[in-house]
Design a protein around this ligand. Structure first.
Ligand SMILES: CC(=O)c1nc(NC(=O)[C@H]2CNCCN2)sc1-c1cc(O)cc(O)c1
Length: 130
């Protein structure tokens, strides 16, 4: 169990670093905080499960993720929400969809580049046992 806690601590450190790098990227500014209903009044009528990078970071601290897959599922939620809320052919919607796809690709690339697969396998085993 102690070894498991060490593994999960290492995972949290790793995920915080990735989350911080994504949040620092100016391109992803609109994904960094919960959508402000003042700015975007109809957002919660369309998007039932909002997600953003600040919420992701607080979920790391609450030990919500025990493998990279769970973290990437919330990244995918940010992306899915942006694609659903911005479906139009307009330049603005296309731009936001492009940024969302770029966020997903960068997140997956960071995980792949910095996480060796047997570390993720170890995390998956811990998840299976819980
Ligand atoms: C994150 C997101 O999905 C988002 N989408 C928007 N789309 C639009 O405004 C499109 C929708 N189609 C019609 C033309 N306007 S604004 C917006 C947003 C931007 C911010 O600076 C902060 C924030 O919290 C949310």
């Amino acid at each position: 169990i102690c070894q498991e806690e060490n593994t999960l601590r290492e995972l949290r450190i790793f995920l915080r670093d990735i989350c911080a790098k994504l949040a620092r990227n100016k391109q992803f500014f609109m994904f960094t905080k919960p959508v402000d209903v003042e700015e975007v009044p109809d957002y919660l009528d369309i998007i039932k499960e909002p997600m953003d990078l600040e919420t992701l970071m607080s979920k790391i601290d609450k030990h919500s993720y025990i493998c990279a897959r769970d973290f990437l599922d919330d990244i995918d939620l940010i992306v899915r929400n942006a694609l659903e809320y911005n479906p139009d052919k307009s330049a603005e919607d296309k731009h936001i969809r492009h940024r969302a796809c770029s966020l997903r690709d960068k997140a997956y690339a960071f995980i792949k580049a910095e996480m060796d697969s047997d570390f993720e396998d170890t995390c998956r085993d811990i998840r299976e046992k819980r």
